[in-house]
Design a protein around this ligand. Structure first.
Ligand code: HT7
Ligand code: ZN
Length: 869
């Protein structure tokens, strides 16, 4: 496979002004007729180079240039393209291709999911539908006609507005017109026997927009939350960004087989059913919140992605980073801002920092790739969002909004770059952001080393800050970045704030900041709200961390202080365990947490976050050589020790919250979600005590709760309990009740696969034999293999290497079916250098075996090559 480089970007030789498509859909094939109106790109010279259209797995049936059918010698077709020689500046091209959606297991292009036809064109799926200039800077108007069997496919959808429809015997057809020019990756069609839920939205200028959700009939009762989320998103984008929806209809379709979460096709969003369907009895709070944020994310793309799109795929974070920032702010406004930030930062630090420190590290704007599907990464999405957040912090909310208004105004209808986005921010602020843009081109997570000194005589407090960024593949040396360091100062005795949050701007490798008029040695609260995606090093003592946990006015930093305290206590015990001693835990942690539990000012959601220990994955990420087995043992021992020391308050809180839950009708709103989270967190601690009354309470919660959040938490606790029998009984009851619902069965799979006590590799193999499992369905693969390799770390890293072998063997199978998924699933093996020598060897061996696959995909090839070096 060849490497594509940003430096090689060239404007397209030809433009496509109009695209007229006609799809004839049949059970065993589809015919795609395309009529394209093309022109030599007027911005280039007036030569007529060959027209090279992208096309993959297409059987060409007909081709005509300006209505003249071409003879065999007049065009060339290979595995990836169709080449011909135009004779005029402006011309039309007609093609007909035959494709087989029913055999498309890659879920890219036109494929079948259950009984319906659907499409996924981002990034380069359109070329699997018809010959085209499949690149985002070619924007065209589209009309689409679909014809299919009337009974089997009563619903026929595409982008834009329906302009005509009709019937012909057993078949019918519908024509759609999209008034907005768009790149091919935003094209979509759907045909199926679908139930429609309808609502409407009045935009800020008073236009009425029809909202429709299309789902399989059995899911008709799971649409309300998605629809509510959509309306909230539409209102929020008007209020916060001044963005109004621009078509008369907005449609969402739920499909069961989907490689990612959802897709923002113009006017016709297609969703993985797990990311849009929910009802309280079947879906957890986490699912409700995920749906709210994904519906918002896809809707927000209508401006940040669709109206203003990317010039090329190197600019992917232009739309994804900005849109993740927008959806995070939306979720923060709809729920608890602090908790949302905590969740996002925990995720970023565990997973994106790991990516940025490994062999697959790449900048937010990569300079090269082999397979673009591999670049839908945490760096592009989550770090990209942090980069936008830093701009927001540096400019302030008002200027940032002006910058975003200018960006949309300047570039409406265009395909642009990350530089254009930053340029708009420069224009409105008058700032030179050249150095800031290093965030787009330099990979790796910067480390901030902070030290301080206090001069009582001068009443001066000084912060010394050094920054450095470790080498990453292809980037051995880094330049200093612009880093906003939000800082507050606390009185070290009373805990009162002596300096409110101030954003210190780092621009040099080493800098000093002086605070004057400080009456006594303060305690710094650094990187408030996680104002930059960096690793912060400051030598806090445990007492200081406990103090910050009790007093910091910044909720995020209170949580962070608790996490850092827990990390210190854990690390000390881990060293003891590694040296053959019994780990002992500093009681300061339990003392600090007991104060948190007793604090009547703190809300339940934040309490739940604060008493949660850092995940095993994060604790491993912090180690130079990850010691999975000992870390798991010590973390579990620490959890038990906390449960023992905090038993009384934990019991009281659990009982009170469970009572409250029983007395209240379930609603997925922030207050209730926080209370349930704390309730379930206290239960998981208490279950470690292995006491009969607690077990009975857990079983009662499982059996009696009217919502999936409480049921699933109880089930997870039973599955993670040493007595297998109870777990099996609960799992059997659950399976019987929910066997018909694939989304609930995904949770059933995942709760088992994630549990180190319940599932070793033999159990995982058994799960894969279950009739509800299918290797062709990405949700099932994620629920079993994803959960096993990412959440069940002790078993995945089993000493005999069986976890690695199982994953690699399944990746090989997947690669023949769905390369996007195989390249994602292999990820846990790719950071083999992080582990102990024996594990390194075992992981490497599996990766090397995969490299020998006779028909390896480009997706998997690229990941393996980067990982093995
Ligand atoms: N923009 C969408 C990306 C996407 C995707 C990419 C590659 C393969 C399959 C895909 N499905 C959706 C989703 C988003 O970020 O909103
Ligand atoms: Zn997106």
């Amino acid at each position: 496979p060849k490497t594509i480089r940003l430096a090689d970007y060239r404007a397209p030789d030809y433009l496509i002004h109009e695209t007229h498509l006609h799809f004839e859909l049949y059970d065993d094939h589809a015919l795609v007729h395309a009529h394209l109106v093309l022109e030599r790109n007027p911005q280039l010279d007036d030569s007529l180079p060959p027209l090279v259209l992208d096309g993959v797995k297409l059987e060409l049936k007909h081709i005509a240039l300006d209505d003249r059918v071409l003879g065999a010698g007049e065009y060339q077709v290979d595995e990836e393209s169709l080449r011909l020689q135009p004779e005029k500046n402006s011309f039309t091209l007609d093609t007909t291709v035959r494709i087989e959606p029913q055999n498309n297991t890659e879920l890219e292009g036109l494929y079948r999911s259950g009984g319906m036809f659907c499409t996924q064109c981002e990034a380069e799926g359109f070329r699997k539908i018809t010959y085209y200039l499949d690149r985002p800077d070619v924007m065209s108007s589209f009309t689409t006609t679909l014809s299919a069997d009337k009974q089997q496919y009563p619903v026929l959808l595409s982008n834009g507005n329906k302009i005509d429809e009709g019937e012909e015997g057993e078949r019918h057809w519908a024509s759609w017109e999209d008034p907005h020019k768009k790149p091919a990756y935003l094209f979509a069609l759907v045909a199926g026997d679908l139930w429609c839920v309808e609502d409407s939205f009045t935009t800020m200028s008073g236009r009425e927009v029809t909202l429709r959700m299309f789902v399989e009939p059995q899911n008709a009762d799971k649409c309300q939350h998605g629809m509510d989320s959509l309306k909230k998103s539409m209102r929020w984008d008007e209020e916060v960004y001044g963005r109004e929806y621009d078509l008369d209809i907005f449609m969402i379709v739920a499909v069961d087989d989907f490689n990612m979460g959802a897709m923002e096709n113009k006017g016709l969003n297609i969703f993985n059913s797990s990311c849009v369907l929910a009802k309280p009895e079947n879906s957890t709070d986490a699912a409700f919140q995920r749906i709210e944020s994904i519906v918002a994310h896809e809707y927000f793309h209508n401006w940040s992605g669709n109206r203003v799109t990317c010039r090329d795929w190197f600019q992917l974070s232009l739309k994804e980073g900005f849109t993740v920032f927008r959806d995070a702010e939306f979720s923060a406004d709809m729920n608890s801002r602090t908790v949302k930030r905590i969740e996002d930062v925990a995720y970023l630090r565990t997973h994106q920092f790991a990516e940025d420190a490994g062999p697959l590290a790449h900048p937010v704007r990569p300079a090269e790739y082999m397979e673009i599907s591999n670049f839908y990464t945490l760096t592009i999405y989550e770090k990209g969002a942090e980069v936008v957040r830093m701009l927001h912090t540096l400019l302030g909310a008002e200027l940032f909004r002006k910058g975003s208004d200018l960006y949309f105004e300047r570039h409406d209808g265009q395909a642009v770059t990350c530089d254009d986005f930053v340029a708009a921010m420069e224009s409105v602020s008058g700032r030179d952001l050249t150095r800031f843009k290093l965030w787009y081109s330099q990979a790796g997570t910067p480390v901030l080393q902070v030290s301080d000194s206090y001069d009582a005589e001068k009443q001066e407090y000084r912060l010394q800050v050094r920054q450095n960024c470790p080498p990453t593949p292809g980037q051995p040396v880094k330049e200093p970045m612009v880093i906003p360091l939000a800082t507050g100062l606390l009185d070290a005795v009373t805990g009162e704030e002596v300096r409110g949050t101030q954003v210190l701007e780092l621009t040099e490798a080493s800098q000093e900041f002086i605070f004057t008029g400080i009456a006594s040695q303060p305690l710094p609260s650094l990187l408030r709200g996680f104002s930059a995606p960096v690793r912060l090093e400051y030598a806090y003592s445990r007492e200081q961390l406990a103090f910050l946990l009790a007093h910091d006015s910044d909720g995020f930093n209170r949580w962070e202080a608790g996490q850092q305290l827990a990390i210190q206590v854990f690390s000390e015990a881990l060293t003891q365990q590694q040296n053959g001693q019994t780990p002992a835990f500093d009681p300061q942690l339990a003392q600090a947490l007991s104060k948190v539990l007793a604090d009547t000012q703190l809300d339940e959601a934040l309490k739940a976050e604060i008493i949660s220990l850092p995940s095993l994955a994060y604790l491993l990420e912090l180690q130079t050589e990850a010691d999975v087995a000992n870390s798991h043992v010590v973390r579990e021992a620490l959890r038990l020790s906390l449960a023992q020391q905090l038993e009384q308050p934990l019991r009281e809180i659990y009982q009170q919250l469970r009572e409250q839950a029983r007395a209240t009708d379930y609603r997925p709103e922030a207050g209730q979600i926080g209370r349930r989270r704390l309730q379930n967190m206290t239960l998981s601690y208490l279950m470690l005590l292995e006491q009969d009354d607690i077990l009975a309470a857990c079983i009662a919660q499982f059996e009696q709760a009217d919502n999936m959040t409480e049921r699933m938490a109880a089930l997870a606790n039973l599955v993670n309990n040493p007595v297998r029998e109870q777990a099996e009984q609960a799992l059997a009851a659950f399976e019987q009740e929910f066997a018909v619902d694939p989304l609930v069965m995904d949770q059933w799979f995942s709760v088992q696969a994630s549990s180190p006590l319940f599932s070793d590799t033999a159990q995982i193999r058994q799960l894969m034999q279950h009739p509800a499992f299918s290797i062709k369905n990405p949700n099932k693969v994620r629920a079993v293999l994803g959960a096993f390799s990412q959440h069940n770390l002790p078993q995945f890293h089993a000493a005999d290497g069986s976890g690695y072998a199982l994953l690699a063997e399944q990746v090989a199978v997947l690669d023949g079916l769905n390369p996007q998924i195989s390249a994602r699933m292999v990820n846990p093996l790719t950071r083999w250098q992080r582990y102990q020598p024996r594990q390194q060897q075992q992981m490497r061996a599996e990766l090397e075996k995969l490299q020998q696959l006779p028909k390896i995909s480009r997706d998997l090839f690229e990941v393996l090559e980067k990982s093995l070096g």
